[in-house]
Design a protein around this ligand. Sequence first.
Ligand SMILES: N[C@@H](CCC(=O)N[C@@H](CS)C(=O)NCC(=O)O)C(=O)O
Length: 216
Amino acid sequence: MTLALHSYFRSSCSWRVRVALAWKRLEFEYIPVHLLAGGGEQYSDAHRALNPSQQVPVLVVDDGALAQSVAILEYLEERWPAPPLLPRGLVDRARVRQMVEVVNSGTQPLQNLLVMRLLEKEHGLDSASVRRFCQGAITRGLGALEELVWRYGDGFCFGSAPTVADACLVPQLYNARRFAVALDAFPRLLAAEAACMALPAFQVSHPDHQPDTPPD
Ligand SMILES: N[C@@H](CCC(=O)N[C@@H](CS)C(=O)NCC(=O)O)C(=O)O
């Protein structure tokens, strides 16, 4: 099986998948897609053929192209269950997926590049208002996650080992800092992030260390 990841160094959704690939020690080819250069390479015909949503990440496997980071995470978990990124119990797995969705459907979509562009270009918001909108969305999402980690975490988002919830949390905190969101109200999230960042899988997948990371 050969794997190729179409990714952008700073894309939080791509980082989720990079964490899983590294955690499962899977080799892959890194194919950079610059989301800004020339209006965005994600809008090219070649990329649209891979992902009609015109976004990254895309993971190309022997059977074709997979998009949507959470679908990719689920694929990787089912195809290569060890080492795991989901707990064993049925309800526990659902709780982890609940946390994933707090980020994946409840937070990140409200602050992604496309939404920011639409708010500014089609709905007349100035850039400061767009930024405040994104900050509010991130703060609300992280607030919900903080509460869930308080209930179910024990060092990591769920329990005492990393899961796909952590693979979503860490990139979302990275986004939060880019948007200058205050993080003091989220001590459990910051503790889980610190635990994750002590692990090589989170380190090697960090936006600072990708083939398309610009030199300083
Ligand atoms: N739900 C999608 C969201 C993907 C997404 O928002 N990707 C962003 C980067 S994190 C992107 O490609 N943005 C470029 C654009 O929307 O033009 C996923 O989880 O893969």
